[in-house]
Design a protein around this ligand. Structure first.
Ligand code: FNR
Length: 341
């Protein structure tokens, strides 16, 4: 199947699959604070990931591009939401446009719609330094995401089978680019061991891309004659992965993977994340309710997040990162066995 056909297939399956797997965030409980000494109007959602300053901890995570007119339209809509809500937005993998210049417009449209917004370029870890520079230049990106998607590749019959040299390529990119580099998983989560290896080569911003949301093993298995069903359950749930990666790099961790509601975002930040990426959920709302519906969804999440922060007595995202939590269930056992606090 062509790259374009695969992109459209991914969108279709991401929208229709209704996976009930857990992010582990249900295991996290806030400790009630009866004396929050603040007023809701004093609460700020400003945050920083590395050098990037964001006016909201929520951003639109990497999804699409390079699938013809349909992905141009999806990206145009998401860029409108990003502009209206002042959210950072990541592009889908730009390798399609590097290989075929006809696909460039589906990415450029995002910069055209939102000339002053924060845009994150996106490539896989097979990319070279030269390709990384092309991806950034294509949209005048403020940062580059490099995604790690070994399980997705292994599940695809036509996927990659050669995974050598990844750290060398990433190191080459991170040491030679002028913009920040974010390393991200795509729904299988990141361990502290992986984060440490990446930190050692100069990565300082991590998006955990945890298990419990969009599941590319399930999506690819639907497209496979003989499914590798064991991969459907494979991965580190988002809650555990945030703690794993924060144990190595507490300064700049992005939570993602199955985040939908304000309470998911509040818990992810309380576990240590500085920002939260939403992908599948925003795509679903876009398809059902259009651009206005997504704008409303984002505004609702942000206003509810402020209400939760008020209940906890936290005026800033930095303060929310410090609140006490009780962790139970499988997330407790995961962290206990892994010896991570
Ligand atoms: C993705 N994701 C993704 N990630 C990436 O780094 N490059 C990409 O090209 C894509 N493509 C893509 C397409 C579609 C349709 C979806 C839904 C997702 C992965 C995405 O950024 C995120 O890591 C995961 O989807 C987990 O987050 P959610 O969807 O559970 O919020």
């Amino acid at each position: 199947m062509s790259r374009t056909g695969r992109k459209l297939d991914h969108i279709h399956h991401a929208l229709t699959l209704n996976s009930k797997r857990s992010t582990g965030l249900d295991d996290i409980q806030f400790v009630h604070n009866s004396i929050p000494d603040l007023s809701v109007r004093d609460i700020s959602l400003n945050t920083k990931i590395g050098e990037l300053t964001l006016s909201s901890p929520i951003f639109i995570n990497a999804m699409t591009g390079g699938g013809g007119s349909k992905t141009v339209e999806i990206n145009r809509c998401l860029a409108r939401v990003a502009k209206e809500c002042q959210l950072a937005m990541a592009l889908g993998s730009q390798m399609a446009a590097i290989k075929d210049k006809n696909e460039i417009q589906s990415y450029r449209v995002v910069r055209e719609e939102n000339p002053n917004g924060i845009i994150l370029a996106n490539l896989g870890s097979e990319a070279t330094l030269d390709e990384a520079k092309q991806a950034i230049e294509m949209v005048d990106a403020n940062a580059l995401q490099i995604h790690l998607n070994v399980i997705q590749e292994l599940t695809m019959p036509e996927g990659d089978r050669h995974f050598t040299g990844t750290l060398n390529r990433i190191e080459m990119i991170v040491k030679n680019l002028q913009v920040p580099v974010i390393i991200k998983e795509v729904g299988f989560g990141m361990s502290c061991e992986t984060a440490r290896q990446l930190k050692n080569i100069g990565i300082s911003i991590f998006d955990v891309g945890g298990f419990g949301g969009t599941n590319f093993a399930e999506i690819e298995n639907l497209r496979r004659g003989k499914p590798l069903t064991f991969f459907n359950e494979w991965g580190i749930p988002t809650a555990a992965s945030i703690v794993e990666v924060c144990s190595v790099n507490p300064e700049a961790v992005i939570a993602s993977g199955g985040l939908k509601e304000s309470i998911d975002i509040a818990k992810s930040i309380a576990l240590g994340a500085s920002a939260c990426g939403l992908a599948g959920q925003l795509l679903k709302v876009l398809m059902i309710k259009g651009v206005e519906g997504v704008i409303q969804e984002v505004k609702t999440i942000e206003s509810e997040l402020k209400i939760i922060m008020a209940a906890l007595g936290t005026k800033t995202i930095e303060e929310l990162k410090q609140v006490p939590l009780v962790i139970s269930g499988s997330t407790y056992h995961w962290l206990e066995q892994r010896g991570i606090e």
